[in-house]
Design a protein around this ligand. Structure first.
Ligand code: 1GP
Length: 251
């Protein structure tokens, strides 16, 4: 099995940044996975994140298996909780919700998951997850019972990102929340990326190639898009997003 973290770093090095598509394996998307994964396969995206904060039925694991079988790119678990673990992932973002002060998501879910991950032998990628206030109450904010960092408090975001680095994490995830009205501002990304040495993943509310590209130029190593695939179902938009993010491959 290849090393997924290494693959992500090489992708970023070669293409300037990586495009990761988040697929939410909830019932609302049932019947659409074939189409979604085919669009991702043809878009030039570099990986799929699978996960969500709330699952509304018991078909989660079957859907992950289906996505895995269809995908040409690595499948990375973006965990909403230990109950979403299974053997189908190529790697897991072993995340701590550092911006919150809820012990369940700082360390509790991780302890419950660890023996299962060890048993399943899934690669872990230690990630500091910072939730910023993208406007409106996001599902992750509600489910994790944690306060997001105000968008204008770049100092607080920067301090958390540094803490993630000093804790030995390999990635920092700046999350505005799925469907965010306002994505993480470019100024925040620039300030944080100048301060920390580990790669930044940025997601939440990114809907256009322009928005994505600006965030890469500001210092994001990976851009995550989720909702835009569900709402547009557009192959061409997903191709444009990947092209905009792969800044080193542009002519
Ligand atoms: C992943 O939550 C994001 O970090 C995805 O957000 O659904 O708004 O693209 P969108």
């Amino acid at each position: 099995m290849k090393n997924i973290y290494k693959y992500l770093l090489e992708t970023c090095e070669r293409k300037g940044a990586g495009h990761i598509v988040l697929i939410d394996p909830d019932r609302k998307n049932d019947g659409s996975f074939e189409t979604y994964v085919e669009i991702v396969n043809n878009s030039g995206a570099d990986a799929i994140f699978i996960g969500g904060s709330l699952m509304m039925d018991g078909q989660f694991h079957e859907r992950v298996a289906k996505i895995k079988a269809l995908s040409n790119v690595p499948i990375i678990f973006f965990p909403g909780g230990a109950n979403q673990l299974n053997e189908h992932y190529d790697a897991i973002l072993f995340m701590s919700l550092l911006s919150g002060r809820n012990p369940q998501y700082l360390i509790g879910e991780q302890v419950v998951s660890a023996p299962i991950i060890s048993d399943l032998k899934i690669e872990t990628i230690p990630t500091g997850y910072l939730l910023l206030d993208g406007g409106g109450k996001s599902t992750v904010e509600f489910m994790s019972a944690s306060h997001p960092i105000p968008l204008n408090r770049t100092d607080i975001t920067e301090a958390h990102a540094l803490a993630a680095q000093y804790l030995g994490m390999k990635l920092v995830y700046l999350e505005a929340g799925s469907g965010a009205q306002t994505p993480v501002p470019t100024e925040t990304i620039q300030t944080v990326s100048e301060k920390v040495d580990i790669p930044l993943i940025v997601g939440g509310g990114i809907r256009t190639p322009e928005d994505a590209e600006k965030r890469v130029h500001a210092g994001a190593s990976f851009i995550v898009t989720g909702t835009v695939l569900e709402t547009s179902g557009s192959s061409s938009l997903m191709q444009e997003l990947a092209r905009a993010i792969h800044v080193k491959e542009q002519r």
